[in-house]
Design a protein around this ligand. Sequence first.
Ligand code: ZN
Length: 356
Amino acid sequence: MKANFDLLIRNASIVDGTGAPRYAGDIGIRGDRIARIGDLSGARGEVEIDLKSRIAAPGFIDAHTHDDRLMLSSPDMAPKVSQGITTVIAGNCGISLAPMPRPVPQPVTPPLNLLDEQGDWFAFPTFASYIAALRDKPPATNCPLLVGHTTLRVATVEDLEQPASGAQIEQMRSLVLEALEAGAIGVSTGLFYEPSIAAPTEEVIDICGPLQAFGGVYCTHMRDEADRVIDSLEESFRIGREVGVPVVISHLKVVGEKNKGRSQEALSFIERNMATQPICIDCYPYTAGSTVLSAHRAASSTRVIVSWSKSLPEFAGQDLDAIARKLGVDQEDAIRRLSPAGGFTSGWTRATCSAS
Ligand SMILES: [Zn+2]
């Protein structure tokens, strides 16, 4: 008997992604398409899988990633597809691999070194050339891409401790335009990170100018997720309003022991603003984070575990305070000696999200 389907998934508990309650059923697939969902007990598949009531669901979207380089260096995307993730949004927190129209600084300016420590992968002078490389060797996941403001600053601004000049803003703006024309879905900023701290709100508004015409989004790792979280939310919303685009607040949280409980304040502030402009947030379900090590980030955390260190790799996995004691120096000196390095930081108040 000829098989009705190339793949027949039997006895699935189907969670279809529409928000509807899960239901029992079979799924018949022909080629790369779902051909039928329902009671297919009379049908046959070339390949059959009996799920025995396990869940079948559409692929998950990982809304916040730094997979810009991973997609090129490990196109099988095993760390993602093995978790059921089929779409990754890359280029977050102001950090994108492209465009880099001039040689990336050596050592690679943190936090851009999160993508590639050596710098060899910052090889794409335009966003279009980066997308061409992805198309040439497509990764296993779909990949909506953001273009990062910090990358643009490193590529155009001489003194990162200063606001960009008019000419540099013009240059960044044209790189944003090129990225959007090539297919980027929006701009991300990491105003929290050193290379972008000096950027005033107006610089971001100016470089995001081309977004609206492309239906793009503004996505941000905010300037301050601690004492000034409300000011930073307001800055983000102002950028969205002035540029005329939706705002995505990345990994929403309220950092610092003394801010414990202020998630409620942050969430109601967001909710109020949602009434007048499009706003989204994402957050992760744990009270620690992982990023490049720096003195000001360590200072706002109750505990730091060093995850990697270029100069003192033997300290990976150890507590920063313990390392400082061993070295006989203070925390700041320890960070200097470990750098470039990364760390897990904790001491955050979890932002509990409603479904709205
Ligand atoms: Zn971030």
